[in-house]
Design a protein around this ligand. Structure first.
Ligand code: GLN
Length: 445
């Protein structure tokens, strides 16, 4: 039925880059057989799941929505794919090229459309992952979040998206954008679906040196709609200028709901929020410039057809293989890391990062959860921000701090505007407090 749905709506939504119906049907039949034999299966066995196209899937094309990896078929699975062994993979989902963007317009192949209004963007970079869930073209999906790429499209598409604590989900096999910020996480129609996927993908992995050894609860089994005594902080910096009044009001109304259920609410301040965007774009671009050096026409994917010697081959391959936004990030990244500018930019950005981490840590001594808008507005029109990178970057103002501080956060739908477009509320927690975040979201839902 999911593939029937894909056939009916995919032409309008364009969420997928690759569909894998034949293998999906085979896998579904295998699961049916196992069921018939009474074999014990995982809770997600047979569930149709769509995968963002920067997560390596053995034998299934993984493009990162880039010409550079247009024909790349990974010889191995990302760890999350091995952990989700029993699922049925529907296909690979569209995204901004190498996860750089906020609208999925930076895909080399095609833009994805918002199922609520196909003239609007679904958000990004996991736009395909959010749109597929919203359009019921998958039951749940995996996305990745470096500066908001799970939460922001979840907000624009009216679905639930969880960005896990840095180090809780293995990044092995996730094509690296900014390794110190990247995390894989789930998107779904409801909190329980997201909790189930999170339970399945979380955990230590010897192939990821940043992966934590901690034990995790079974998030879905332990889900409790109970917020009695929960202390919620409202950071005034996230409700200031640039945030749409309807978005502010909707989030405040949602917080009031939680208050009615027994939570206490107080205003707090995170004063370095103003510097978060600049710091994020410096750190993430610096890491990207290094991570993307591997795409040289020799080791992976695309190589320019005509060239004159090795250096020319590198130059032409990278000039032809990368899109404009990726080039912009590589140039910005190499610039902020260059010897003359390192102290002025990269080092300062890392100091801001430390400050932001400390501010969160000190707030989490007084509050359990911080509530903010996920994005400043509802989904914008396709093409509206493409000529203005700074305007595009401004979309991430509420989400990047979470990655900079390595924290978990969830976006859940909390209202619809007069055009029927969804608004998301973001709940941020201290490190490894996913259960509390999920419980809070579940109580609201
Ligand atoms: N929009 C942000 C960026 O372009 C976030 C991307 C992400 O989280 N992958 O960097």
């Amino acid at each position: 039925s999911v593939f029937d749905r894909i056939k009916a709506v995919e032409g309008k939504v364009d969420a997928y880059l690759t569909l894998d119906e034949e293998n999906a049907m085979k896998k579904a039949a295998e699961i049916d057989e196992k069921l018939a034999k009474g074999e014990e299966l995982s809770p997600l066995a047979g569930i149709p799941v769509g995968i963002k196209d920067n997560i390596s899937t053995k034998g299934l094309r993984t493009t990162c929505a880039s010409k550079m990896l247009g024909n790349y078929v990974p010889p191995f699975n990302a760890t999350v794919m091995n952990k989700l062994d029993d699922i049925v993979v529907t296909g690979k989902l569209n995204m901004d090229e190498f996860a750089m963007g906020s609208s999925t317009e930076n895909s080399h192949f095609k833009p994805t459309k918002n199922p609520f209004d196909t003239e609007r963007i679904p958000g990004g970079s996991s736009g395909g992952s959010a749109a597929a869930v919203a359009a019921r073209e998958a039951i749940v999906t995996l996305g990745s979040d470096t500066g908001g790429s799970i939460r922001q499209p979840a907000s624009y598409c009216g679905v639930v998206g969880l960005k896990p604590t840095y180090g809780s989900v293995s990044r092995y096999g996730l094509v690296a954008f900014a390794s110190s910020l990247d995390q894989i996480g789930p998107l779904g129609m409801c909190v329980k679906d997201v909790a189930m996927v999170q339970s399945a993908i979380v955990g230590h992995d010897k192939y990821d040196a940043t992966s934590s050894y901690r034990e995790y609860p079974d998030f879905a089994a332990d889900l409790k709609a109970d917020v009695k005594g929960l202390r919620i902080g409202i950071p005034k910096e996230y409700f200031g200028e640039g945030i749409d009044p309807f978005v502010k009001q909707s989030v405040m109304n949602a917080v009031k709901e939680l208050e009615k259920q027994g939570a206490t609410v107080k205003e707090i301040s995170l004063p370095s929020t103003d510097y978060a965007l600049s710091s994020y774009y410096i750190i993430s671009s610096a890491e990207a410039s290094s991570n993307l050096a591997r795409f040289d026409g020799v080791r992976y994917g695309f190589r320019a057809e005509e060239y004159d010697g090795l250096v020319d081959m590198y130059e032409r391959t990278r000039s032809e293989g990368f899109g404009d936004e990726v080039k912009r990030r590589i140039m910005l990244g190499t610039f902020v890391l260059s010897s003359g500018f390192y102290d002025a930019y990269y080092k300062k950005a890392k100091l801001v990062q430390k400050r932001i981490m400390q501010e969160f840590a000190s707030q989490f001594a007084d509050v359990d959860v911080i509530a903010t808008p996920t994005v400043p507005s509802t989904a914008f029109k396709i093409g509206e921000n493409t000529d203005d990178p700074l305007k595009m970057y401004a979309n991430d103002v509420c989400t990047v701090t979470v990655n900079i501080a390595g924290l978990p956060a969830i976006s859940i739908p909390c209202a619809y505007d007069d055009k029927g477009l969804p608004v998301g509320m973001q709940l941020i927690g201290g490190k490894f407090t996913e259960q509390r975040l999920l419980n809070t979201a579940y109580a609201y839902e």
